[in-house]
Design a protein around this ligand. Structure first.
Ligand SMILES: NC(=O)c1ccc[n+]([C@@H]2O[C@H](COP(=O)([O-])OP(=O)(O)OC[C@H]3O[C@@H](n4cnc5c(N)ncnc54)[C@H](OP(=O)(O)O)[C@@H]3O)[C@@H](O)[C@H]2O)c1
Length: 298
């Protein structure tokens, strides 16, 4: 089978870097397109960036991801997350290229008592979630064979994420206060990358009408941020790394500019049924990631 060329937006993003790493042993070549060649806040760069790469599949992973800052930079978040993915999707469709758009659990308000399915109504409660919801609508309108993958609580050895933050705090203090009343699926970027590679292969095989739509792609198993922090410190202690006590607190005690959904759990059954993809349990992917972060040092 011929090698598959996958173009992913963003260069230093957690998912983009993980796709590059995880594709190394596969029949896929992953090419990152990022700033300045592709700047999602400058729509005129989108068509030329896509034209410069003979991609078989496009993965739209780049995003304005600072959830708190989006509250005061709403126009930029809307442009990068809401409008640009639609333009990228339109250019991909014009070239006959399947597109995979990354989206988020933050399109939901978190009021449901069970995991969210793709059929649940979206109702974002912060500016980032509203911008990503606009991106979903724009992609769906521009590309009939779009695949939208909603994922959650991404962690990796790269960039900014909860695991790296907790380990950095444990190097400086004995105790960390962590929110215990928000629950979700912490998901390793490496596992998302493996899942994306499988979905991309399915899209190359065809039958894309059946394989299009919105899918939830998150790790198996759910937990709270506080329990996740405890698991991070256990994994760190096992490897001789820093550890700290976790003091569970309520969201009300940890005020942030953006509200977060209390329930971020995603039901991923549709992805398994249609694409044959199920991600590992969050706990089994955590140890190796913590080990890599510890190897990086401070
Ligand atoms: N992080 C999470 O917990 C989470 C949860 C659910 C869903 N998601 C979604 O999953 C996807 C991947 O997230 P991630 O954690 O891998 O993101 P990330 O690590 O925060 O990286 C974001 C990427 O977007 C790029 N970017 C930002 N503004 C850009 C612009 N104007 N033009 C071009 N590129 C731009 C950044 O570029 P540089 O390389 O130049 O910095 C970076 O590569 C995103 O769509 C995100 O919304 C994330």
């Amino acid at each position: 089978m011929a090698r598959i060329r996958i173009a992913v937006t963003g260069t230093d993003g957690q998912v983009a870097r993980s796709l590059v790493e995880r594709s190394a042993m596969t029949a896929c070549d992953v090419i990152c397109i990022g700033r300045p060649m592709l700047d999602l806040s400058r729509p005129t760069t989108i068509e030329s960036a896509l034209a410069s790469i003979a991609a078989d599949v496009v993965v739209s992973a780049a995003a304005y991801t600072d959830v708190n800052k989006a509250e005061t930079e709403g126009a930029l978040a809307d442009l990068v997350n809401g409008r640009a993915p639609g333009l990228l999707a339109a250019h991909a469709y014009a070239r006959g290229i399947p597109l995979i758009q990354l989206s988020t659990d933050y399109v939901f308000d978190g009021s449901k008592s069970t995991p969210y399915t793709e059929d649940d109504p979206i109702a974002p409660i912060n500016a980032y979630g509203r911008s990503k919801a606009a991106g979903e609508r724009a992609v769906a309108a521009a590309h009939p064979h779009h695949v939208i993958l909603r994922t959650s609580w991404i962690y990796s050895p790269f960039n900014r994420n909860f695991v790296r933050t907790m380990l950095a705090l444990a190097r400086k203090q004995d105790e960390v206060r962590v929110v215990a009343d928000q629950i979700g699926n912490p998901t390793a970027a490496a596992d998302i990358a493996d899942g994306i590679l499988e979905v991309a292969r399915n899209l190359i095989e065809g039958r894309n009408e059946e394989r299009a739509g919105i899918f939830h792609m998150a790790a198996a198993g759910t937990t709270s941020w506080a329990e996740f922090a405890s698991a991070i410190f256990s994994a760190s202690a096992e490897r001789g790394g820093p550890t700290a006590r976790v003091a569970p607190i309520a969201s009300a005690e940890y005020q942030t500019p953006a509200r977060r959904p209390a329930n971020s759990r995603l039901d991923c059954a549709r992805l398994s049924r249609v694409h044959g993809v199920s991600l590992l349990h969050w706990h089994s992917s955590l140890g190796p990631c913590v080990g890599r972060i510890l190897e990086q040092g401070t």
